[in-house]
Design a protein around this ligand. Structure first.
Ligand code: PEP
Ligand code: MN
Length: 337
């Protein structure tokens, strides 16, 4: 529920209104523009008689939000959220490119790949140090050592680091070594983890679960924001459908749909959607054309030897070709890669 306050309202009456709502157990989130004063009322408002609020003279209008998410909602914040980390902006007119291996395998491997993807225009280095593998016998990642490698190499090339967090016990470690915490598809509804992320100061890249609706995905973002962390980047990485020709089905319509209802940046992971390197370029172009705020792409210099996801990893030269095309396309749609 959103309450818009009259322009010249008596502030003591506004305080009285807010106190009464808090006394009923609701959380209040405020948003102040030049001339508007708006409050988001968070809690179970389903049974609330919104008309009763018009008894307060200071209330101009009350909107019952159909959607259960509030802080992620464009109705409460109309302008796009732009997340600034050092000199990189995510959201707005930018198409930010994150690239790197699926898994960190060694310092040498990350060094080779980072140098290439940076030269092609990637600003953020990706790499998994803690890997969510379907099989417990598959490569699990280098752990803390992997995070240290990412940090060291990214600093050398003036890049940011994004890496996946799986365990709440590692949050402090991640805050020390990464610029963006990735929450993978498998943990999108790990609510205990999301709540803890709400209390940290590092931006979160929240992947959509492969069997989750857009509303469930936005509700997970809401968990993080409700905890106090406003810096959430949404990432569509393909969902499970009946179609076996691709690893997942890239739901390209999430871009216009989410942008309409939320102010958060939306990026696309064409690698996990496709599962095959030769589809990555087409899906990347489609994503930029549809208005994505960025891409996260797996790149490996020796994909045949990669310890995970080699089949969907681009070689650096192919990534460079993709970046050249991406720049031309982005310019055509008034955006900057
Ligand atoms: C990854 O980015 O390497 C990864 C495991 O992604 P997802 O959570 O989308 O499967
Ligand atoms: Mn991967």
């Amino acid at each position: 529920m959103i309450i818009k306050i009259k322009k010249n309202a008596v502030q003591s009456e506004v305080a009285n209104l807010l106190d009464n709502l808090k006394a009923q157990g609701y959380d209040i989130h405020s948003s102040f523009g030049e001339t508007v004063q708006i409050y988001g009322v968070v809690g179970d408002t389903a049974k609330f008689d919104t008309r009763s609020l018009y008894a307060y003279e200071c209330v101009e209008s009350v909107i019952r939000i159909q959607e259960p998410f509030k802080k992620v909602n464009r109705k409460i914040k109309s302008e796009d959220t732009i997340i600034t980390i050092k000199d990189v902006k995510i959201g707005g007119n930018n198409v930010v490119i994150m690239a790197g291996p699926c898994s960190v395998e060694s310092l040498e491997q990350v060094e080779i790949i980072a140098e290439k993807v940076k030269a092609s225009g990637a600003k953020i280095l990706r790499g998994g140090a803690f890997k969510p593998r379907t099989s417990p016998y598959a490569y699990q990642g280098m752990g803390l050592e992997g995070l240290k490698i990412l940090r060291q190499v990214a600093d050398k090339h003036d890049m940011l680091v994004v890496s996946e967090l799986m365990d709440a016990e590692h949050i402090d470690m991640f805050e020390e070594y990464v610029d963006i915490i990735q929450i993978g598809a498998r943990n999108m509804q790990n609510f205990a983890l999301l709540k803890k992320l709400g209390k940290c100061n590092t931006p979160v890249l929240l992947k959509r679960g492969f069997a989750n609706t857009i509303e469930e995905w936005l509700m997970s973002a809401e968990y993080i924001m409700a905890g106090g962390n406003d810096e959430v980047i949404l990432c569509e990485r393909g969902i499970r459908t009946f179609e076996p020709m691709t690893r997942n089905t890239l739901d390209i319509s999430t871009i216009p749909v989410v942008k309409k209802i939320s102010h958060l940046p939306v990026i696309i992971d064409p690698s996990h959607a496709a599962g095959k390197w030769d589809l990555v370029e087409s899906l990347s172009m489609a994503s930029i054309a549809a208005g994505a705020d960025g891409l996260i792409i797996e790149v490996h210099h020796e994909p045949e030897k990669a310890l995970s996801d080699g089949a969907q990893s681009l070689k650096p030269k192919k990534f460079d070709d993709l970046m050249k095309k991406a720049r031309v396309l982005a310019e055509a749609v008034n955006r900057t890669v």
